[in-house]
Design a protein around this ligand. Structure first.
Ligand code: EPZ
Length: 414
């Protein structure tokens, strides 16, 4: 990826469907012996990899315009191949779905990436509590369950993936499952809506716990996928980092309250216009003193790196604390190569804004870091070249075209 920075973005762009909502939903499709349709499904690498997994398991998968259809009438397989699963962590979600559908699963240990070691102990403990026998040997997980039993499960941490895996297992389990201290991200609510549309009995209780009565007959369905709140936040920051003025269509503002509040505090003007949001980044900005990532509805960890790129060119000093992953500051060292003033100490990074970054050759090593470097390149004087930009296609459907349509000068170098 090569970017010639300094062009203020202007115009209108629509936000794609949500990656982190559609991935658990695609795993959930195998729980229904019929057809599930997903409107606004994004054409991103993680979706293509997951549809490949579904076909290996025996499903038929096809596109109808921007709707993805999955026919899981015949699911024969139960082994997830390492060459696909190792590309994305969300393959772990097939553990709960396969145990629910075929009573067994074998998949590679998803392992860590630059964000940290990313264990799956909470997933495995929950499956064992629901009656599955789990073996971990030479990097692989084997699980079996005659029939999963509904249980009351309390998570020591509101893990998004573990919460999703329990929901996937509980839909076909015998009896009632209650999840306490589960994640409350919009993607969790959307997975529940997807199953409710199929006839499942899933309720949010007064005390915040989630109850799932398993064994209900599921039906064919068509789900309207919500817009991707992390892509929306990234585009908001692209408008601000280029001092531009952009209108975002299908803007999931209600899922980004903490981010919008922070950006308003910084002096970035935003105006709701029906389902659109107009963001005007042309005025002066000031950095907030502190930003801490937290489980929803706190500041999302997935926008920490893009926000760091924006703070790098925002007057003032901000201390960012990353509370979710143990090492999600890799991008800071690449931003320093573009002139950013960032000091990293453990889980905290102090960012002191400068008027403008300068172009350089930088390297991305994961999805949201690549997005952050893209934003930095849009701001920087001169040319920025990003190696490893391919990570971005895992989660951003048309970011290059979108930014070009808004006036950015970007090109992919094959
Ligand atoms: C999901 O990952 C998202 N991925 C991540 O987005 C997101 O950053 C994360 O939730 C937090 O919001 C998808 O939805 C596909 P977690 P997940 O389980 O489920 C620890 C992106 O860029 N933990 O909530 O893996 C873990 O190590 C990606 O789109 C355990 O200790 O997140 C981490 O420190 C990156 N044991 C913390 O919890 C476990 O069994 C949060 O992990 C599970 C997790």
């Amino acid at each position: 990826m090569e970017i010639c920075g300094g062009k203020p973005l202007s115009g209108r762009v629509e936000i794609q469907g949500s990656k982190n909502a559609v991935l658990p939903i695609l795993a959930g499709c195998i729980l229904h012996r019929g057809i599930s349709r997903i409107n606004h499904c994004p054409r991103i690498r993680d979706v293509f990899d997951t549809t490949e997994l579904l076909e290996i398991l025996g499903c038929q998968v096809w596109w109808e315009g921007n709707c993805l259809a999955v026919d899981a009438s015949r699911v024969r397989g139960w082994q997830i191949p390492i060459q696909i699963a190792s590309r994305m962590r969300s393959s772990i979600l097939f553990l709960g779905a396969l145990l629910g559908r075929v009573g067994k699963a074998q998949l590679p240990y998803p392992g860590g990436c630059v964000l940290g070691d990313r264990p799956v102990d909470l997933h495995l403990q929950a499956m064992e509590e629901m009656g599955a026998g789990i073996e971990e040997e030479n990097g692989r997980i084997r699980a079996e369950a005659e029939e999963l039993q509904g249980r009351e499960i309390t998570l020591r941490f509101p893990s998004v993936g573990a919460t999703e895996n329990i929901i996937l297992a509980a839909v076909c389990a015998r009896g009632m499952t209650i999840i306490r201290n589960g994640a409350r991200e919009p993607e969790i609510e959307e997975l529940c809506s997807f199953f409710r549309e199929k006839g499942a009995d899933i309720r949010r209780q007064e005390d915040g716990s989630l109850s799932i009565r398993g064994g209900k007959e599921l039906t064919d369905s068509r789900h309207d996928l919500a817009a991707d709140r992390i892509v929306a936040g990234t585009y908001l920051m692209a408008a601000a980092v280029t001092n531009g003025c952009v209108t975002l269509g299908r803007m999931p503002s209600e899922h980004l309250k903490e981010v919008l509040h922070t950006m308003k505090q910084m002096g970035i003007r935003m105006e709701k216009m029906g389902k659109d949001l107009k963001v005007d980044g042309r005025g002066p900005r000031r950095a907030p003193e502190r930003i801490e990532t937290a489980p929803y509805p706190g500041f999302p960890t997935d926008l920490q790196s893009p926000m760091m790129a924006l703070l790098a060119v925002t007057e003032g000093t901000c201390c960012i604390r990353e509370n979710i992953f143990e090492s999600r500051f890799e991008t800071a060292f690449q931003l320093q190569k573009m002139g950013a003033k960032i000091e990293v100490k453990g889980r905290e990074a102090r960012v002191t804004g400068i008027p403008r970054l300068y172009g350089n050759w930088v390297e991305a090593r994961e999805l949201r870091g690549a997005a952050a470097l893209f934003l930095a390149g849009l701001n920087a004087a001169g040319i920025t070249q990003i190696k490893g930009f391919g990570y971005i296609s895992r989660g951003y459907e048309t970011i290059c075209e979108d930014m070009k349509n808004l006036g950015a000068q970007v090109r992919i170098i094959e």
